[in-house]
Design a protein around this ligand. Structure first.
Ligand code: SF4
Length: 360
């Protein structure tokens, strides 16, 4: 049985960051690189560990914030020395951090090796140079390819983060970025729809009507295609959508954009909707007035049914089924069983995903 995985997140803001990403509101305070201290890191780890179950778990400490390796090296060393202590004591299993592609070189990677870091996630956002430029990222796609190669050569796990709906972005460009990610064979990826956050340049562009965010539907559609591309290629998608926090919410720091507290579930449900629709369309049976019974692994029931039974309503309307019932069954997670008027059909979702992604 696989062990439960726990992450201890430590946000390391990069004050004085010299970059101007249009979506970012990190304050520029010259002279101060971060206000995170060793004591804070130690306290945060201890506090989290105290709340976790004592047995059979895997714990990872993750430094988030987007540009860890851009802060002065002595501060990186100070901060990393704390999780390393915990790792050496066997109290945590892994260390992860996120950074920019242009903050990676041999020296930096040697330092991170010294502190036994396991995973390095790159905030790539896009592999289209025009999108990177218009988003004020201050790095280009070539630097992403080089950093990814170096990270892998040094034996770290590579994580890649992308954003969709950036300035100058399009569905085609996001899919291109996704396909390029697959060629880089990352260990994991994250997909973030661009949100308009208070006090950012993007907010200004939005009020000047020079930037239009994706609608929730558009963001779900693009993310669904991306998630299918990644999953079909056995790449673990560890996050889709920003995590709602005290401030990441409408009425707080989110001014506009495709924000939804359960964004990933909407994407997973959309995946089932697309795959089942394609299958039923091709099958061309007479569904009119028939009963449809669906059996699925317990973990996939809510994704299949959709929020407020949206998928069930959709299939009922589209094919005029009399009733649709969904039951859990001890099936492999990729298998869905359909029963239509005593005809039983076994669907392999991975195979159907493969058929679908050929057309992306
Ligand atoms: S997102 Fe861009 S501007 Fe914000 S901290 Fe990271 S690199 Fe700096």
């Amino acid at each position: 049985m696989s062990k439960d995985y726990y992450i201890i997140p430590i946000f390391v803001p990069h004050f004085g960051c010299p970059h101007d990403c249009v979506f970012c509101n990190q304050r520029r305070i010259t002279g101060l690189s971060t206000d995170v201290t060793q004591d804070y890191v130690k306290k945060t780890i201890e506090e989290h560990l105290a709340t976790f179950p004592k047995r059979d778990i895997v714990v990872e400490v993750a430094f988030y914030g987007g540009s860890f390796t851009g802060i002065p090296k002595e501060i990186q060393r100070e901060l990393l020395s704390i999780p390393l202590e915990f790792k050496n004591q066997g109290r945590i299993k892994a260390i992860r951090l996120s950074t920019r592609p242009d903050y990676i070189d041999d020296d930096i990677l040697n330092l991170l090796k010294e502190y036994d870091v396991d995973t390095i996630e790159l905030g790539v956002q896009s592999l289209c140079d025009d999108v990177l430029y218009e988003s004020g990222r201050g790095h280009n796609s070539k630097q992403v390819y080089m950093a990814s190669k170096l990270i892998k050569e040094h034996g770290f796990n590579l994580g890649l983060q992308m954003m969709i709906g950036l300035v100058g972005d399009s569905r085609e460009k996001s899919i291109f970025t996704g396909k390029e990610f697959i060629k880089l064979r990352p260990y994991c990826v994250r997909i973030y729809p661009t949100l308009i956050i208070k006090d950012t340049y993007l907010e200004k562009l939005y009020h000047q009507e020079k930037y239009k965010p994706l609608t929730l539907e558009e963001a779900i559609d693009i993310s669904t295609d991306l998630i299918m591309l990644f999953e079909y290629n056995d790449i673990n998608v560890i996050r889709v959508g920003l995590q709602p926090t005290e401030n990441i919410n409408f009425g707080k720091d989110v001014i506009a954009g495709p924000f939804h507290p359960s964004f990933r579930q909407l994407v997973e449900s959309n995946k089932y909707k697309i795959l089942l629709k394609d299958y039923l369309d091709k099958l061309k049976l007479d569904y009119d007035g028939k009963d449809l019974t669906i059996y699925v692994h317990q973990k996939n029931i809510s994704n299949l049914v959709g929020q407020k039974s949206s998928n069930m309503k959709y299939f009922k309307d589209r094919y005029n089924f009399k009733n649709i019932r969904v039951y859990k069954k001890d099936l492999p997670k990729d298998i869905v069983e359909l029963n239509i008027s005593n005809t039983t059909l076994k669907l392999d979702m991975k195979y159907l995903t493969g058929q679908y992604v050929k057309g992306i």
